[in-house]
Design a protein around this ligand. Sequence first.
Ligand code: AMP
Length: 427
Amino acid sequence: MNAIRTIRAIRGMNDILPGEIGAWQHVEGHARALLEAYGYEEVRPPMVERTELFRRSIGEVTDIVEKEMYTFDDRNGESLTLRPECTASVVRAAIEHGLLRTPGRRVWTMGPMFRYERPQKGRYRQFHQIDVEIFGVAAPSAEAELIVLTRRLWKALGIGGLVLELNSLGSRDIQAGYRARLVDYFSAHSSALDADSLRRIGTNPLRILDSKNPAMQGLIEEAPRIVDELDADARAHFDELLAMLDEAGVAYRLNHRLVRGLDYYTGTVFEWTTDELGAQGAVCGGGRYDNLVAEIGGPASPAIGFAIGLERLVALLEVQSVELPVAGPHAYLASAGTRASILAHAVAERLRDAVPDLRLVVDAGPGSFRAKLKRADRCGARIALLLGDEEARIGRIAVKDLRAREPQSTVAIEELAGHVARNVFAR
Ligand code: AMP
């Protein structure tokens, strides 16, 4: 007989399991609460879009569009793509549904993104982002708001040590002039460039600044800087942002090599980075994209946003040993015997009615109290409620505190709710 081959998950696409989910929920819960508190509205665009949307927004000669997209033809022969990021989708949705009619609209979304990258620690093919956008605000107050919001999120999560890196890429015109200067500079030093960077001279020279190749670091440090090319407006905008951050006590590091991997950015770009996660140190990245809305066919509208990488944030919680709230059950109701098992769910439901926030697990299947108590202990429950046939007959239930060395007691089923409320929630 042929052995049945087990089917495993796709490389770079991870299962998030019960032991890890607490950290995810910690991040998602705090992010949701904070975003709502700052006036952001949640949107949920689909995970699949027309390929054209990403080609037009992210840029034809970016790594993402050139080699990382999951693109396929649907049964109608239309080219579709699993979203590699979701700013483009959110902008598309905002245009399509008239969200841009209200200036200052703040929206956010959360979910999986897909990029065919080489999987490694902190870099996956399905990964998750929290994505936040502000539409219709041209002033640097939008940048400042996104930055103070993220700073508050790190604090709420119990994460320390993230560094804010900032740069300004200027308008499209400034970028065009700068690109030409970079091409001249790197062409004059082409013998010192690696193959990847040589290719990028002709396609996307700004990305050379992002190279991690140690042999090229000296050359890159000496390259022309975009901040030196900014016009008066761009300079004033950036200076005003820096003044706002100084006033709010936000520390930052100016990084003239910060260019980001997507073509739609203009003006301010920023990243929150850490050196505690190895090579993949960017936890959050974003910036202004004042041309994108019009480029996708919407009304001219300034816009800015960022995305947080959830896998990396969760990894950082672990590295920094952040204590997470334990969410195990309060109580574990175990029955043994036919009569007791028939009664178990009815007793549990009455208890849930009476104690609304109670986390209660019912174990009314076959098996001994001994085995069930072991399971109760393992799942972290504080108390076990033991219902045997004899207890069921006389209308009582045994209560055993699994965390204190106290003798087991019994209470009348009618009084169970009060007892549980007093003994589980009062502590
Ligand atoms: P980006 O959309 O490339 O600007 O990325 C924003 C954030 O998403 C990064 O700072 C990372 O935290 C995260 N991220 C991007 N790509 C990946 C990936 N392949 N795996 C895990 N996280 C990622």
